[in-house]
Design a protein around this ligand. Sequence first.
Ligand code: XMP
Length: 516
Amino acid sequence: TVLVVDFGAQYAQLIARRIREAGVYSEIVPSSVPVEEILEREPAAIVLSGGPSSVYAEGAPQVDPALFEGGVPAFGICYGFQAMAQTLGGTVAHTGDREYGGTPLTVTTQGRLFGDLPVEQSVWMSHGDAVSAPPPGFTVTATSTGAPVAAFEDVDRRLAGVQFHPEVRHTAHGQTVLEHFLFDIAGLERSWTMSNVVDEQVAAIRAQIGDRRALCALSGGVDSAVAAALVQRAIGDRLTCVYVDHGLMRQGETEQIERDLAEVTGADLRVVDASGQFLSALAGVSDPEEKRKIIGREFIRVFEQAATDVVADAQAHGETVDFLVQGTLYPDVVESGGGTGTANIKSHHNVGGLPEDLQFTLVEPLRTLFKDEVREVGRQLGLPDRLVQRQPFPGPGLGIRIVGEVTRDRLDVLRRADAIAREELSAAKLDSEIWQCPVVLLADVRSVGVQGDGRTYGHPVVLRPVSSEDAMTADWTRLPYDVLARISTRITNEVSEVNRVVLDVTSKPPGTIEWE
Ligand code: XMP
């Protein structure tokens, strides 16, 4: 395991992902963890992440020199680079100048880190002060205008560092530099593959569950499907999956999910049709937050009942259901302050609505994985691409894509319009280019139109195609006009209640991706 010591920058997860992409398993530890604890885990290497802009910044975390005394290979990035320099006897100049963004870098000594990479390259910088003299024993290998010492290495001690961010895509050869550290300096081997993960997880799940039974709530999304498929592979039909159909899914989606899961995993799947219950609870409600609360509450109620039924059925056969499968991912674990072996507050919170007498132990087979790894595990397990590559879809479903009250008729209108948009986007092979494209029905708005010889008085639908890396920020996707034209023509021709198609050209921020 390569441990990424997180000095509080948002880059730590990205670094861990890039290390895994190189084929080496990596986890994140907060910089507050004492060095003894870090070394006790016998890391294959340690990477010090970025953090505050300078070691002189107020409250900048210090690095305990003991970290470098155990002979573990170490790589410092940005702040981690400065901290490493200072701890080992180099000098960090308190310049107060900032270097930010794409920056030209000159390689002065090829060494191991840069190998035969070009002498001039563009790197991503984000720092205040800079290392002015390397620690004894280190060779300076690169320089930039704002960072006289932009990279250094001590091959004998297997230590190296860079002032720039090799983990971001803006750094042209970043991944190669990182791999040079891992393989040519630290001497590690590639061993992290998703087929190993499947084998290890299946074994771990068998060990945890033994011959008892487990329950899993499927949402239709990637995470719960992959988690279920893994557990199913481990314990077969002792896993029962529950899918709550809230009646707010897109056209054909529930049936597709049923087919995909039944066919591929053969899991025991119970679909609970609760659409009537959800619609009654939503009657007369148009406030977005209110809708979300109602849908969340009803979901817990329905799932609780289904879980009680599953437990009762098992008991009738003299068996118990002790485990609940959750698709918790590594970023959730990191963000809720957890790590390997620590309790994960967030996922417990997710099942917080279950009553006292339904006590389950959590099974979280994805809690060490990033999203792209989960997709790969899904592929390894034979899940179809349409499921593994599924774009994000909100839990409350179409309920938050109807601006106004949610009714069966309005859902039907939105479903038909949405199906056309999805069909045309797929036909134009745009699925992988867009992050998602919500179609929103403005149910309380009507406008005048003309069709054939007659006046129409219908509703607008909004197309909201967005491009994004992580949904935190997004831009509207510049879809080709001919695709937009086809979607518009087809929706207004085929969905008689809709007489206008409009395009949302707002980025996030200020707009959110969903309208509610
Ligand atoms: P916003 O609208 O906040 O959406 O920009 C960001 C991303 O989150 C999805 N989303 C949700 N997903 N439950 C979910 O599981 C929700 O309540 C929910 N609300 C928004 C949205 O589709 C987008 O990908």
